[in-house]
Design a binder for this molecule. Structure first.
Ligand SMILES: C[S@@+](CC[C@H](N)C(=O)[O-])C[C@H]1O[C@@H](n2cnc3c(N)ncnc32)[C@H](O)[C@@H]1O
Length: 427
C-alpha cells in the first residue's frame, strides 16, 4: 500500500464509496474487484467506517444530523459530501496496520445501527442479546478458509506459520471441522505460502457458519449441538477432530437449490469425498458461471444448472422425488452478515423485507418436490429475523405435514456470520 500515493488513496476510497452505494454490490465483492495492494487498506478503512460510524465521524471531524443518516437512500449516500472528507481522512493512513492500531480501541455503540434494527433485536430476543449483537457485529470479520479433504489443518497451519509476514496468525475454527480462522485480514490467495494450494483447489475462502450449514445439510443431528434458539449463543461442543477423521458418508444425490457462486456446493461435494452427486441450481446465470469457474476441475461430482425464475416446477418435473437431500439456502435480508457487509444496514427497503418470507416459503414449496421419501429438506438463511426463520419453518410445517421436523436453530455471530438453519425428513 505504501507504493500508492496519498492522492491516489483518496481517489480509490471515494470511487469505492460511490460504487458501493450506486449499485447493489456488497462491500466484500466491491473490495474484491479493487487492485491487490489496496485491498487490505480499503477493507480496513471501509470496515471501520461502516461498522463503527459514530467513532469514525468523531475522529474525522464529520457531523451528521443524528439518526437522519440512517434514512438516507443509497443514492444520497453515494453523493454525500461527507464521503469526500472521509476519503481525505483515510488517505492519511498509509496501511491497514496503521488503521488497525488507531482504531484498536473502541467498541460499536447503539448509534452505529439503524434504530429500527435495534428495536427489532430487543423485541425479538431481549436487550441482552441485542447488546451482544451490537458488540459482535462491530468487530472486524475474520478471514476463514475451508480445507478440502486433501489438506490437513496441521499442514495448512505449518504453511501459514512459515509466512507470518503476509498471513499473521491462524487457528482451527471452533465450529467448522475443516475451517481455519485468521486473526486479521490475510491475503491467502496471493501469499507465497498459500497461493499454490489455492490454485490447486486445496482450500476455499468460506465463512465458518457457511461451512456449518453445508455440514448440517449432510448430518443435521451432529451439527445441531452447535445451534441455539437465539443468536449469540452458539455452543462450540463438537468433537471436530472426530468429524475430520470420519469416514465418507454413503454416496448421496444432493441438490443445492440456491447455490449462488457455489460456496456450499463445493463444501458439500468435498464432504461427500467426491462421491455421489451435487446438483447446483440458481436463477442467476452469472452466479452459475462463477460457480463453474470456481469448481475449476477440483470436484467431478458437481453439476450446475441455471433455473428460470418462476418456472421451477415445470423445469424440474423430471427430477421429482430424486434427491436424498435438498438444501434451500434462500435469499434473505442478510441481517446475519452485518459484520462482513455492514453496508446492508443502509439497504433496509421495508417493502423488500416484507416480501422475503413469501419468497422463502415459495422456494421451499417448489424444491420440496425434489426430495425422495425418507430424504431430507434443509432450509437456511443468513439472518436472525424470526419472520424469515422460525415463522417460515412453522408455515412450511403446517402446509406440508408429510415433512417431519428434524430440528434446527441459530448459529453465530460470535466469530462467524449469523445463520438460521432447519431440517425436515419426508415421511
Ligand atoms: C443466500 S444466496 C445463496 C448463497 C450460496 N448458497 C452460497 O453458499 O454462496 C441465495 C441465492 O438464491 C438464488 N435464487 C433466487 N431465486 C431462486 C430460485 N427461484 N431458484 C434458485 N435459486 C434462486 C439467488 O440468485 C441467490 O444466489
Amino acid at each position: 500500500m505504501e507504493s500508492i500515493s496519498k492522492n491516489d488513496r483518496s481517489k480509490l476510497w471515494l470511487e469505492l464509496w460511490r460504487d458501493l452505494f450506486s449499485s447493489p454490490i456488497h462491500l466484500d465483492s466491491a473490495i474484491s474487484k479493487r487492485p491487490g495492494p489496496a485491498k487490505g487498506w480499503l477493507a480496513e478503512s471501509f470496515g471501520v467506517t461502516l461498522r463503527r460510524p459514530t467513532q469514525v465521524f468523531k475522529e474525522a471531524g464529520i457531523r451528521t444530523q443524528g439518526a437522519e443518516w440512517w434514512n438516507w437512500s443509497p443514492e444520497q449516500l453515494a453523493e454525500w459530501e461527507g464521503a469526500r472528507k472521509l476519503s481525505v481522512f483515510w488517505s492519511s493512513f498509509s496501511s491497514a496496520d496503521a488503521i488497525r492500531s488507531r482504531f484498536k480501541s473502541g467498541l460499536a455503540v447503539e448509534s452505529d445501527y439503524p434504530p429500527e434494527v435495534l428495536k427489532k433485536w430487543v423485541a425479538d430476543f431481549g436487550p441482552e442479546v441485542a447488546k451482544r449483537l451490537v458488540d459482535q457485529f462491530g468487530q472486524p470479520p475474520r478471514v476463514s478458509v475451508r480445507l478440502t479433504q486433501a489438506l490437513s489443518p496441521e499442514e495448512f497451519l505449518t504453511q501459514v506459520k512459515a509466512d507470518s509476514i503476509h498471513l499473521g496468525q491462524a487457528k482451527p475454527s471452533r465450529w467448522a471441522a475443516r475451517g481455519i480462522v485468521f486473526n486479521d485480514y490475510a491475503p491467502v490467495l496471493s501469499a507465497p505460502a498459500t497461493k499454490d494450494g489455492f490454485e490447486k483447489g486445496l482450500f476455499e475462502i468460506q465463512d465458518e457458519g457457511s461451512q456449518v450449514m453445508a455440514a448440517f445439510a449432510l448430518d443435521p443431528l451432529t451439527q445441531m449441538s452447535l445451534l441455539s434458539d437465539r443468536p449469540t449463543q452458539s455452543k462450540p461442543s463438537l468433537d471436530l477432530e472426530a468429524l475430520r477423521n470420519a469416514k465418507a458418508p454413503s454416496p448421496l444425490n444432493v441438490i443445492d437449490a440456491c447455490a449462488g457462486a457455489g460456496g456450499k456446493t463445493l463444501a458439500l461435494a468435498d464432504l461427500l469425498h467426491g462421491r455421489g452427486r451435487v446438483y447446483a441450481y440458481d436463477t442467476s446465470l452469472k452466479k452459475i458461471q462463477a460457480l463453474k469457474k470456481r469448481v475449476r476441475g477440483q470436484a467431478s461430482n458437481i453439476q450446475a444448472m441455471t433455473i428460470p425464475n418462476g418456472e421451477e416446477t415445470q423445469f424440474l418435473k423430471k427430477y421429482a422425488a430424486s434427491a436424498d437431500i435438498v438444501l434451500v439456502d434462500a435469499p434473505c435480508s442478510g441481517w446475519g452478515v452485518f459484520r462482513r457487509n455492514p453496508d446492508i444496514k443502509w439497504r433496509q427497503d421495508r417493502e423488500k423485507l416484507s416480501e422475503m418470507p413469501e419468497i422463502q416459503l415459495r422456494l421451499l414449496g417448489e424444491y420440496q418436490a425434489l426430495v425422495k421419501k425418507g430424504g431430507r429438506l434443509v432450509f437456511g438463511v443468513c439472518t436472525f429475523r424470526p419472520e424469515e426463520s422460525t415463522a417460515v419453518v412453522e408455515a412450511f410445517g403446517k402446509k406440508h405435514p408429510e415433512f417431519k421436523s428434524v430440528g434446527g436453530g441459530y448459529l453465530g455471530p460470535e466469530s462467524c456470520d449469523g445463520f438460521y438453519m432447519f431440517a425436515w425428513e419426508r415421511s
